[in-house]
Design a protein around this ligand. Structure first.
Ligand code: FAD
Length: 459
């Protein structure tokens, strides 16, 4: 059997189902021009992925294998590879709309062997008795818990594989039927280095051991380093989900309550499952047709972190400067965007997608729909976060805010959390709050109620 092993969201050798298949193999990674072309040339995710691909290449070499790297459109690349004579392409399942459409096209060129790897459950594993997907998280979570077993902790051991002869030293660029060899550098892809400084997955996992003990109590406080920060590693499979689950099982044996953390991982599965069953959620509301009001000026203030609403601006600064943002702050920002500013959630989703290092279509889209109250499991649209109260509760000393908005360094936490004070206080080179929360929230409510009264609810 001659197999192409196509690495995508599983950039590791440990416990990788692809390596458990025997025979003659050609491990490959594709830098997909459909994804790369629209990105800014200093996109830090490309640096991150390039590094992880190089790391994978070195790990494969230690197993007497290697990684052949391509640059181009996957469909064109497989058309060229097909002529080299293969029996199949094996790859881990990738469930968002673009990936599924791409894999369907590839499967018309070569038999496609899809292996489950990226999530705990297969996308049609946690379903209701009648086979329909769950729309609400808690019953999904309960069912997921009842189905969880040894199979979800399985460790794949490498099989005997023989590497096919090929050029592994360069990047092969394919355009149509023409091939070109490019040096093995980030610059060959037209990108410049933008180093996201993040610790290794091993270091994160070892830090998690301590964090788990206080995870439930501390995970909502953005000034604390209390969460795993593992979302980029999970997104690209640099750390396998089963390895993380086995780690949790070990911690549980030591008497640590791992349930709150496991619950978040199930959230990730829930969102992947929803997008798999309802791909239209990527651009359409499931429920209320609140489309928001398009206002470029408001959007610009938000996306530059210049709203004057300090917790929101701090979150945007963290995002722009590091590609990361704490979950609680993501929720506050998304609520402010869709409620206080009444902007279309699709705009916010796209903005996050451009900057998040851990960008994952399912988690991002469904979280934005949740915040807007338009998703499958919407919080009632009339529940609107008050960003000032949220900041006071979750960033009491304003340590998070001050770390990302240095203009506020000399202000007391008391003043920073006081909307009325901030509305009248002037800071050099920094705007005052662009909306008064109560007024903005009332305006949003009126808009939502009017839309509902017009009888235009989808569900
Ligand atoms: P931990 O608290 O350590 O959680 C462990 C893992 O569980 C995370 O790494 C992540 O894989 C998963 N997880 C945790 N919380 C959630 C959640 N609420 N929803 C889904 N999965 C979760 N997460 C992404 O991975 N990619 C995104 O593009 C993304 N966009 C988001 C957009 C908005 C508006 C909101 C509110 C949330 C979004 N999230 C997204 C979820 C969450 O914010 C991040 O997963 C989390 O902040 C990552 O930090 P962590 O690894 O320290 O999480």
């Amino acid at each position: 059997m001659r197999r192409i092993l196509w690495f995508r969201r599983d950039l590791r050798v440990t416990d990788n189902p692809l390596l458990s298949l025997g025979g003659e193999v050609l491990p490959i990674f594709i830098f997909d021009t459909n994804i790369l072309d629209p990105l800014p040339k200093n996109d830090r995710r490309v640096t991150y992925i390039f590094e992880q691909v190089m790391r994978l290449k070195r790990s494969l070499q230690r197993l007497d294998l290697d990684l052949r790297i391509f640059y181009g459109d996957p469909v064109e690349i497989f058309k060229v590879l097909e002529e080299e004579g293969f029996d199949e392409v094996a790859a881990s399942g990738d469930y968002d709309s673009y990936a599924r459409a791409r894999d369907t096209k590839v499967s018309m060129i070569l038999p496609f062997n899809s292996l489950h790897d990226t999530h705990i459950y297969q996308p049609d594993e946690v379903v209701k008795d009648d086979g329909n997907p769950y729309l609400v998280f808690t019953p999904f979570y309960n069912r997921a818990g009842s189905l969880f077993g040894k199979a979800h902790l399985r460790h794949y051991t490498p099989a005997k594989q023989r590497l096919l002869a090929a050029d592994y030293k360069e990047i092969t660029e394919i355009k149509g039927t023409s091939k070109k060899s490019l040096p093995l550098t980030l610059g060959s892809l037209g990108f410049e280095e933008n180093q996201p400084s993040i610790p290794s997955p091993e270091a994160k996992l070892s830090a998690l051991e301590k964090k788990l003990q206080a995870y439930a109590k501390e995970r909502d406080y953005p000034a604390l380093d209390a969460t795993s920060n593992l979302s980029p590693e999970l997104r690209f499979g640099v750390l396998g989900i089963r390895e993380l689950l086995r780690f949790l099982a070990e911690q549980k044996k030591r008497g640590i309550d791992t349930e709150p953390f496991f619950r978040q991982l199930v959230f990730r599965d829930f969102y992947a499952c929803l997008l798999y069953h309802f791909p239209k959620l990527a651009w359409e509301n499931h429920r209320y047709p609140f489309n928001g009001l398009k206002d470029r000026q408001k959007f610009d203030a938000f996306s530059e972190g210049k709203t004057g609403v300090l917790i929101v601006d701090a979150g945007i600064q963290q995002l722009l400067q590091t590609g990361q943002m704490h979950n609680r702050v993501r929720m506050i920002c998304a609520s402010f965007f869709t409620k206080d500013l009444l902007l279309p959630w699709q705009w916010g989703e796209k903005f996050f997608a451009q900057h998040l290092l851990d960008y994952d279509a399912a988690s991002n889209i469904l979280s934005w729909q949740w915040s807007a109250g338009t998703g499958v499991d919407p919080q009632p649209y009339f529940r609107i976060f008050n960003p000032w109260l949220q900041a006071k509760k979750f960033d009491k000393e304003a340590a998070y805010i001050k770390s990302w908005v240095p203009e506020l360094a000399n202000l007391s936490a008391k003043h920073i959390h006081d909307e009325r004070f901030m509305l009248s206080y002037r800071i050099e080179n920094y705007p005052g709050p662009m909306v008064v929360h109560k007024e903005a929230a009332n305006k949003a409510l009126e808009y939502f109620k009017k839309r509902v009264a017009e009888g235009v609810e989808h569900a």
